[in-house]
Ligand binder design. Sequence first.
Ligand SMILES: Cc1ncc(COP(=O)(O)O)c(C=O)c1O
Length: 381
Amino acid sequence: MKIAARISRIVEPPHRRILKEALSRRSVVMNLSVGDIFIEPHPLVKDAVRKASEESSLTYPPVEGFSELRSLIAEYLVESRSLDVKAENILVTAGASEAFLVALMTVLDPGDRIILPDPTYPQHTLAANLFDSIMIDYYSQDSDVSNQVSGGKDGRSLILVCSPNNPTGKIISTKDMETLVEHARENGSTIVSDETYLEIFFDGNKPVSPGSFDTGLENTIIIGSFSKNMGITGLRVGFIASEKSMIDRASMVRYATSLTSNTLGQRVVLKTLPLINEISGYVRMNVEKRLRMFIQGFKRSDLLKVYEPQGSLYIFPYVPFKSFEFCLELARETGVVMAPGQGFGPSGENHVRISFGAREEDIINSIELLNGFEPKVERCF
Ligand SMILES: Cc1ncc(COP(=O)(O)O)c(C=O)c1O
C-alpha cells in the first residue's frame, strides 16, 4: 500500500525497540521506560469510577466536553494558575496528546516555524513531524529561554514550553517565563504550554503558567492533562485552554479526530476535580518517595550520573555510552528497560530516561541489577 511520504519522518520510539527485545529474551522485565503511574488509585478516584459507571449514559458527550466539566476546569485554572478563563475557553480532549495535535492542526500553516525544547517529550516531535513544510527548531529550557527563540519568518514562531519538562524535570523560572511571554507578545509568536506535570513538583518549586501574566491567554495555548496529577492515564482526559476564537476552531478540528473524549472519564474528572489538591498531593508524595529510592540507589553508581529533577516523573541521568547500545545491552542482560536519551532530541544522547512512576518492586530490583551491571559496550568518554 502507498504510505504518505511524511510518515517516513516518523521513527519507532527507541524505547519500544528496547522493550520488545527485553520481552523476547527475559522472563522478568522491569519497565522503567514509560511515563505511567503504577500507584494504587486514590480512594476518591476509585469511588468516582464506581459511581460514574453506575450513572453514566453511554451516548456521545458534546464535542467540546460536558458543559459542567468545562466550567469546572475553568474554575480549576483560575485557582491553580490564576488564569482569566471561563467555560468557553476550554475544550475537553482525549488527554494532552490529542490536545497537542488538535492545537497544532488549528494553528500551524506550511512555512511556519515551531520551536521545541531540547530535550523534549518524543511525541512533541512526532506530532510536529506530521505537518509538511514547517521548520522545526530547538532551544534549551535550562535558562534564558527568550534569547534563544528569536528570529524565524517575520520573527514569529510557535514556541512550545513544558515546565516541568519531560525528560529533564527542569522548571522554567517565573522571571524567565515572564520574559518569554513578553518576547512572544512583541513578535506575534504563539506559546503552547504543555502543563501535564504542573502539579508534580518537588521542594516547593511550583511552576508558573505563561497564561498567568497580564497578557492572559492572548496568543497562548494551554495543554492540560489529568493523566498524571490524578493517576488516571488510561481514562484519557485532558484539555486545551485558549482564546475563545481558537477553541471554537479547534472544536471543529475535533470532528475529524476523536469527536469527543469518553463519557466515563469525563464523569470521573467531574467528581474528582474539586478534590484535585488532595489527589495530586497523594500522587506527588508517592512518586517523590520513588524518586528518593532512585537517588539513594544510584548515589555511588559509576554508570549513571543523576541530578535531581525539580518536577515531572523522570530522572535523566548522564551515561558515558551511546544511549541506545547501553539500554539494549542492559535490557538483554538484566530485563531492566530504560528509554535511550537519543530519542529525546539533539542533546538527548549520552543520557537515559528513567520513570519513577514505575512499580516499587521494579525500582528496588532494577537498582540492584544496575549497580551490579558491567556493560561491554564501548565507553564514549
Ligand atoms: C510532556 C507530556 N505531554 C503529554 C503527555 C501525554 O499525556 P496524556 O496522557 O494526557 O495524553 C505526556 C505523557 O507522558 C507527557 O510526558
